[in-house]
Ligand binder design. Structure first.
Ligand code: UDP
Ligand code: MG
Length: 327
């Protein structure tokens, strides 16, 4: 059994060495049990010396494969690249900042042996800022009402995937990737276990409020068309109200004659309607924007340096895959 570790790295020069040592140790422990390991590190256009570090690691350890992007394409793209170039019978996806404790790999491998295709590590929120915990909780409550798949708070990308899950995920070629949702969408027998959240070993989290908000919206919009449907219902409801209101004022004018025009009501109605329209146009625009991105069919990432040969690109990946060129 070959297990691939896939880790996206963005400005992780301080920690990637330590990360590799930690997973190497796990690899040694797993060797007697008949498991080999390979490490697929994806440098997501870091501006620090992450690539140099990866090259060094690859020189010291033949099991290290690295890919380096031509610029920062985002974690989702890095994950995709990693999955595409992993050749293991199972793949473990984890962050390079040691927030995903490597010791848990043992547990994952055990549970995988019991027949689960996805073994998902769910983190507690210890050490997180209160604001983030609260917004996350609210967000998951809201999103699960709206999307077709179930998303769980604390469940991230730290998980083991069997080969058939990896292949299924790779066959989803959409440009806007929300991996958490894609993994859930794919399905297959899955199990979840909890672990205590670790604080980042070094460096900074690359998430700020704005990027989290955008990530949240991605999750909401990339999984269904329910917001579009809601827009339709809202529009119909509004139309009905307007009809009733018009009947009422026309009736009143017929009975009492025309009185002073209602400045307040008009202004209220106009602004409310305008606001509604703005929202609806925004929602439609979101979907159109997504279609625009999909239609362009641009590659998810471009690679500037690697020690991996092309042979691991899966030709069956369709549209985008064929264009993700390696020099
Ligand atoms: N990451 C990446 N590209 C990015 C941002 C982050 O590859 O544009 C990687 C990062 O190196 C880390 C993982 O994604 O391995 C998670 O990022 P981070 O620790 O910043 O997020 P958090 O743990 O706060 O969710
Ligand atoms: Mg982190």
């Amino acid at each position: 059994m070959l297990i691939s570790i896939v880790a996206p790295c963005f400005n992780e020069e301080d920690v990637i060495g330590r990360f590799h040592e930690a997973v190497q140790k796990i690899a040694e422990e797993l060797l007697p049990l008949g498991h080999d390991m390979e490490f697929v590190y994806v440098d997501d256009g870091s501006s620090d010396r992450t690539l140099t570090e990866l090259e060094r690691l690859a020189e010291l350890d033949a099991r290290v494969r690295y890919l380096s992007f031509s610029r920062n394409f985002g974690k989702e793209a890095a994950l995709l690249a990693g999955l595409r170039h992993a050749s293991g019978d199972s793949v473990i996806v984890m962050d390079a900042d040691l927030q995903h404790p490597p010791e848990l790999i043992h547990r994952m491998v055990e549970l995988h042996a019991q027949g689960y295709d996805q073994v998902i590590a769910k983190r507690t929120r210890t050490g997180d800022r209160l604001t983030r915990t609260v917004t996350a909780r609210l967000y998951y409550r809201l999103i699960n009402r709206l999307v077709d798949i179930e998303l769980i708070d604390g469940v991230g990308d730290f998980r083991l995937l069997s080969r058939r899950v990896v292949n299924a995920v790779l066959d989803l070629t959409e440009y806007n990737r929300f991996s958490k949702g894609l993994f859930a969408w794919v399905g297959f027998p899955s199990t979840t276990f909890e672990y205590e959240n670790a604080v980042r070993a070094q460096g900074h989290s690359s998430w700020n409020f704005r990027s989290l908000l955008n990530y949240g919206l991605d999750g909401l919009l990339s999984f269904n068309n329910r917001p579009l449907r809601a827009a339709l219902y809202l529009g119909m409801g509004l139309l009905l109200c307007t009809g009733l209101y018009t009947a009422w004022i026309v009736g009143a004018a017929l009975i009492n004659g025309v009185q002073t025009p209602g400045y307040v009501t008009i202004i209220t109605a106009v602004t409310a309607a305008a606001a509604m329209q703005m929202i609806m146009m925004g929602i439609i625009g979101e979907y159109t924007g997504r279609i625009y991105y999909e239609v362009k069919g641009r590659p998810h990432f471009l690679i500037k340096a690697t020690n991996v040969e092309r042979s691991h690109d899966r030709p069956s990946c369709g549209g985008h895959a064929a264009k993700d060129l390696i020099p």
